[in-house]
Design a protein around this ligand. Structure first.
Ligand SMILES: *[C@@H]1O[C@H](CO)[C@@H](O)[C@H](O)[C@H]1NC(C)=O
Ligand SMILES: *[C@@H]1O[C@H](CO)[C@@H](O)[C@H](O)[C@H]1NC(C)=O
Ligand SMILES: *[C@@H]1O[C@H](CO)[C@@H](O)[C@H](O)[C@H]1NC(C)=O
Ligand SMILES: *[C@@H]1O[C@H](CO)[C@@H](O)[C@H](O)[C@H]1NC(C)=O
Length: 541
């Protein structure tokens, strides 16, 4: 019996491919702790990814190297990270189809945790035309699926610097919907409790409203931690001059952990990192959980701690400076058992009005691929097989302009809080819905189901032949698609029609965004193809 148990345990260990023992980080109140001994955890972090970062155009569909799948690179760099007392790295885009065991285990062995963004270039929430779609849901959950098994996964960012000025704050509602759904997904899959947060930019006009919006309302919808990308301490600045003092005050009673998700102004180089002592000193450690220096690799933007050439990583002057600063700090916190958070309440939701455009309730609906598929097979008028995605813009423009609000079920407006039940479906499904809705309201269905041949009659799956689950979902959405669907299909990680999670190689994915229709106000035309219509657009069909 005994040997059986050991063998089974060993098998389980290998099967889960988790090796190096590392104590998971847990959240209590506004602080991070090592789970087992309850010592407070202060992030001493370095951003670790080439070619992708805070300034990458959101829609750009670039090839990138997944730093956690590059075993040789990791092994080359971990020694340097250890010299910098690093206990956390931030990665911006990983490829879920690759194997991350070697890097993750080597990092764990060095006591290094990972915070990973969930998006990738070409697949993220776009600030000027935001949507939270079944495609993105599939991408985000696929990253969670591969990272959740590692004990040194510290958390996920559901977005990075999405809203950056008042006129695109509505985009934050879609990001917050992503936070909500990824938190729900982690629970549903019974993964270890891993936090989901957001990395914000430091925009004076919106920074406080941003922090409040993501932390307000229902706890199940709010962020688990707040990352702050901040570049206001340049050269020999000070707590006061840098504004770190005011930022600290702003987060004094924030109820979840807050840390610098990027820092290290480089307007004066070599950098001196004189802010490190302050960040990990008395003035800030009661509020902040440390920070992540931007960044490891020297690139055109001039933020590198090291320069990599011929597979050799050469420390720069910035490395030396940061190294001596971080070596000096000894942040002391509280022990988890002795810590009784008093600031337990979330923030107040900012009201919609001047300078803020996102309702906190309701947030955009959870992508539900099953609902979309059920809807599409129930249509009597659908999209013709030779209609190209590039034709969609005009077709949406036409059908949504007709009377009877045929597009109400696919509309989305975070400012009014009105979302059609099908607003997260694929463009083809949405177009079919609108065609069908329009045709159904005309006296001659067959004549109306035409759109110069783009719409074709199809044999709808009669409601009595659809599964009872389909029927129930469609019923919830209502014929106009304007009702709220609350039931979710269980256990599905892939939310996308055809774009199975992780099946895309990075760079192959085109972000196809669907129209932002304000039905009832007839505001159209924001339809945009935001990236190359290769791979993904095809799969979306
Ligand atoms: C708690 O555990 C962490 C990681 O294993 C370690 O770095 C830290 O020193 C420990 N704390 C104490 C008080 O031993
Ligand atoms: C991002 O771009 C802005 C404007 O070009 C520049 O000032 C800033 O240094 C860049 N930040 C990073 C982290 O690359
Ligand atoms: C916001 O304003 C900028 C110009 O400052 C513009 O480029 C952008 O398209 C606007 N975004 C939206 C969503 O209107
Ligand atoms: C949402 O609706 C409001 C009110 O009709 C409108 O002013 C605003 O432009 C709409 N927003 C978007 C992103 O369509």
């Amino acid at each position: 019996m005994k040997s059986f148990t050991i063998a089974a345990a060993a098998t389980a260990l290998f099967a889960s491919s988790v090796s190096a023992a590392v104590d998971p980080i847990v959240i209590k109140g506004s602080k991070f702790f090592y789970k087992t001994n309850g010592t407070q955890f202060f992030m001493k972090g370095v951003a670790y990814q080439q070619g992708v970062g805070t300034n990458t155009t959101q829609t750009e569909n670039i090839d990138y190297t997944d730093p956690l799948a590059d075993e040789a690179g990791c092994k080359r760099d971990i020694a340097n990270l250890v010299k910098l007392n690093t206990n956390t790295i931030r990665v911006y885009a990983i490829d879920p189809t690759k194997n991350h065991d070697a890097c993750m285990n080597a990092l764990a062995a060095a006591g290094i945790y990972v915070v990973s963004d969930l998006s990738q270039p070409g697949e993220s929430i776009i600030r000027d035309d935001p949507a939270w779609t079944s495609d993105l849901y599939a991408r985000y959950t696929s990253v969670i699926d591969v990272m959740a098994k590692y004990d040194n996964t510290l958390g996920f960012f559901a977005g990075n610097e999405v809203s950056n000025q008042p006129n695109n704050t509505h985009a934050s509602a879609f990001v917050k919907a992503a936070v909500r759904d990824m938190k729900k997904y982690i629970k549903q899959k019974n993964y270890r409790a891993i936090g989901v947060g957001y990395a914000t930019n430091d925009d004076p006009d919106i920074r406080e409203k941003m922090a409040n919006f993501f932390d307000c309302g229902d706890r199940e919808e709010g962020i688990d931690f707040w990352g702050y990308n901040i570049y206001s301490w340049c050269g020999d600045s000070s707590f006061k001059e840098s504004g770190y003092d005011v930022r600290t005050k702003e987060f004094e009673s924030y109820n979840v952990p807050v840390f610098f998700a990027e820092y290290g102004c480089n307007t004066i180089r070599p950098r001196k990192f004189t802010d490190v002592g302050t960040l990990y000193g008395k003035e800030m450690t009661s509020v902040w959980s440390g920070g992540i220096v931007y960044m490891y690799f020297e690139e055109k933007n001039g933020f590198g701690l090291v320069s990599v050439a011929d597979d050799k990583a050469e420390p720069n002057a910035d490395f030396t400076a940061y190294s001596s600063q971080i070596a000096k700090v000894t942040p002391s916190g509280v022990n988890m058992d002795n810590y009784n958070p008093t600031n337990t309440a979330g923030a107040n939701c900012p009201s919609v009005g001047s300078g803020w455009a996102a309702q906190a309730t309701p947030l955009p609906p959870t992508p539900n691929q099953q609902l979309c598929d059920c809807m599409y097979e129930s249509l009597s008028c659908a999209v013709g097989s030779d209609v190209k995605p590039t034709d969609y813009k005009d077709l949406f423009g036409t059908v949504c302009g007709y009377k009877g609000e045929p597009c109400a079920g696919i509309g989305k407006n975070a400012t009014t809080g009105k979302f059609g039940a099908y607003s997260m479906c694929s463009p083809k499904q949405q177009l079919g819905f609108a065609f069908n809705r329009y045709a159904s309201q005309q006296s001659n269905f067959n004549e109306a189901c035409n759109f110069k041949g783009a719409a074709v009659a199809q044999k709808a799956k009669a409601s009595d032949s659809q599964s009872s689950q389909c029927k129930a979902l469609l019923n919830e959405a209502g014929a106009e698609g304007t009702k709220t669907v609350t039931s979710q299909p269980t256990g599905t990680g892939t939310g996308n029609g055809g774009a199975a999670s992780g099946s895309k190689s990075p760079g192959a994915a085109g972000a196809l965004t669907v129209p932002t229709f304000e039905t009832g106000y007839l505001q159209f035309g924001l339809y945009a193809f935001t990236a190359v219509l290769s791979g993904a657009a095809m799969v979306l069909l």
